[in-house]
Design a binder for this molecule. Structure first.
Ligand code: PBG
Length: 331
């Protein structure tokens, strides 16, 4: 205390002017930290807007290439591709078809920007199965973990053959990273990396994505394989550690905003880079509120990305990647 009785500590000193604040900022989001999720759909001849995700589209092969170039030129660090096939079946056959839409899209991306960015593929079955679950079903309608692993190994090979630099298993099957790593290694793809969705929660915030990827489960939900939001963070840490042991090169937490405690704990527990997925519902909330004039869109986006990095994410997957890299992080 000073003689006047006011505290002598004055943290406000560093907040007084914009240059002081700029000098002392400790968390910066760089374009290179960002990964842009992209959707490519089979059989459309113009990009199709997604109502619940204003500004995001399902791409044609041609518009996909353009969006990729735009992202890379803005400095975005990587791309992750989701495919939406014209035909779905119980096994998700289009997922590992060498001529399936996601493989065609990957080849296009690698040809267009493959020497300048990291091309990743989401590796799951839900966009490809007619029932919308992330794995093969047993007769009683449960997801069969180990039968699904064989499908994932085959999808990994198809994506690697199409040129993906990394594959991103997102189905939350036990042992998925090990199954994929061993398939890649024994087939000449030792250099293809794995960005593992390690701590993926059963979240309502994936709602808009299921419109984008046309993959809502036709019955039930994903609670038997995705994590329960009510579990202690230790479970997520364990999932991430298991994935690192199985060969994950990057681990991911998803969603991001409601799970910043998980991001921090995982960051502190592992020694590989940590990614966080700023998911479709988190995007849609900000877009909807901004469209109503209820919050300042630019500031809300910047603050969202900064918070995710401050929690410990090295990499942020976000639908705002290109815009943020082009404009928002430079203002
Ligand atoms: C599964 C997958 C999902 C998302 C990414 N990969 C959906 C789900 O688990 O239901 C969600 C992404 C988002 O909401 O932005 N293939």
């Amino acid at each position: 205390m000073s003689d006047s009785g006011f505290p002598t500590a004055r943290p406000r000193r560093l907040r007084r002017t914009a240059p002081l604040r700029r000098l002392t900022t400790q968390v910066r989001v760089e374009p290179a930290d960002l990964v842009l999720p992209l959707f490519v759909k089979e059989g459309i001849d113009a990009p199709a807007p997604i109502a619940s995700m204003p500004g995001v589209v399902q791409h044609t092969r041609e518009s996909l290439r353009k969006a990729a170039v735009e992202a890379v030129e803005a400095g975005v660090g990587g791309l992750i591709l989701f495919g939406i096939p014209a035909h779905k079946d119980a096994r998700g056959s289009a997922a590992d078809d060498p001529d399936g839409i996601v493989q065609l899209g990957l080849r296009d991306l690698v040809a267009e920007v493959g020497d300048r960015t990291v091309v990743m593929a989401d590796l799951c079955l839900d966009e490809y199965t007619d029932h919308g679950h992330c794995g093969l079903l047993t007769e009683t309608g449960d997801v069969d973990n180990d039968a699904t692993l064989e499908r994932y190994a085959s999808i990994a090979m198809a994506q690697a053959s199409a040129g993906a630099h990394m594959v991103g298993p997102s189905g939350m099957m036990d042992g998925q990273v090990a199954a994929i790593r061993s398939a890649l290694d024994s087939n000449g793809f030792a250099d293809v990396g794995i960005i593992a969705y390690s701590a993926k929660y059963a979240s309502a915030f994936y709602g808009p994505f299921r419109d984008a990827a046309e993959c809502a489960p036709q019955f039930g939900d994903r609670a038997a394989y995705q994590e329960d939001p009510g579990r202690a963070v230790d479970e997520a840490v364990r999932e991430a550690e298991l994935d690192v042991d199985e060969g994950a090169d990057i681990v991911m937490v998803k969603p991001a905003v409601g799970y910043l405690d998980v991001v921090r704990r995982v960051r502190d527990a592992v020694s590989v880079p940590v990614a966080a997925y700023n998911v479709s519902g988190e995007y849609a909330m900000v877009e909807a509120a901004a469209a109503n004039g209820w919050l300042d869109r630019d500031r809300a986006i910047r603050e969202t990305l900064t918070s995710i990095k401050r929690a410990g994410a090295d990499i942020v997957l976000t639908y705002w990647a290109t815009e943020a890299a082009t404009r928002l992080l430079r203002d």
